[in-house]
Design a protein around this ligand. Structure first.
Ligand code: SF4
Ligand code: SF4
Length: 138
């Protein structure tokens, strides 16, 4: 029950992120989802990983391989509706200041969600987050 409540709170907050004016310049090319080539890291919070697992199912959690997001296929995000805050906020041609501002609010909100539902705050790069989920997979 707790996980589904955390998931719902995160999902609602993603809607707020979507409503923010973050220069929507992204063409969805997917280049930044290849973290090694793009020299980029995606950080996620523990409550987002809870939401992600609830949304796509534990059986669909995949480990990161070769520094490419495992949910990128043929240049498209296969978990678009459930992608993380960092995926929603990062715009390669956008204003760093605005992105920083929205990210700061997002981290505060995820912390609040964790506190509300008694989940310890955690923040890690996606590779480590997915590996942690896999190790808890039955
Ligand atoms: S943020 Fe930039 S690199 Fe990433 S998918 Fe959008 S256009 Fe491509
Ligand atoms: S979840 Fe989707 S948008 Fe985010 S890094 Fe992976 S493929 Fe890219």
């Amino acid at each position: 029950m707790k996980n589904s409540e955390v998931s719902k709170a995160v999902e609602e907050f993603y809607e707020w992120i979507e409503s923010q004016e973050i220069d929507h310049t992204c063409t969805g090319c997917g280049d930044c989802c290849n973290f090694t080539e793009y020299d980029h890291l995606l950080f996620v919070t523990g409550v987002e990983l809870t939401h992600f697992t609830e949304a796509i199912g534990t059986e669909n959690i995949k480990p990161m391989q070769n520094g490419i997001c495992p949910y990128m296929a043929g240049g498209k995000c296969t978990v678009y509706e459930n992608r993380f805050a960092g995926c929603r906020i990062f715009q390669c041609k956008g204003s760093d200041e605005k992105q920083g501002e929205v990210m700061e609010k997002a981290l505060r909100k995820f912390k609040d969600i964790g506190e509300k539902f008694g989940v310890d705050y955690s923040y890690m790069d996606l590779a480590r987050g997915l590996a942690g989920l896999k190790s808890h997979d039955g």
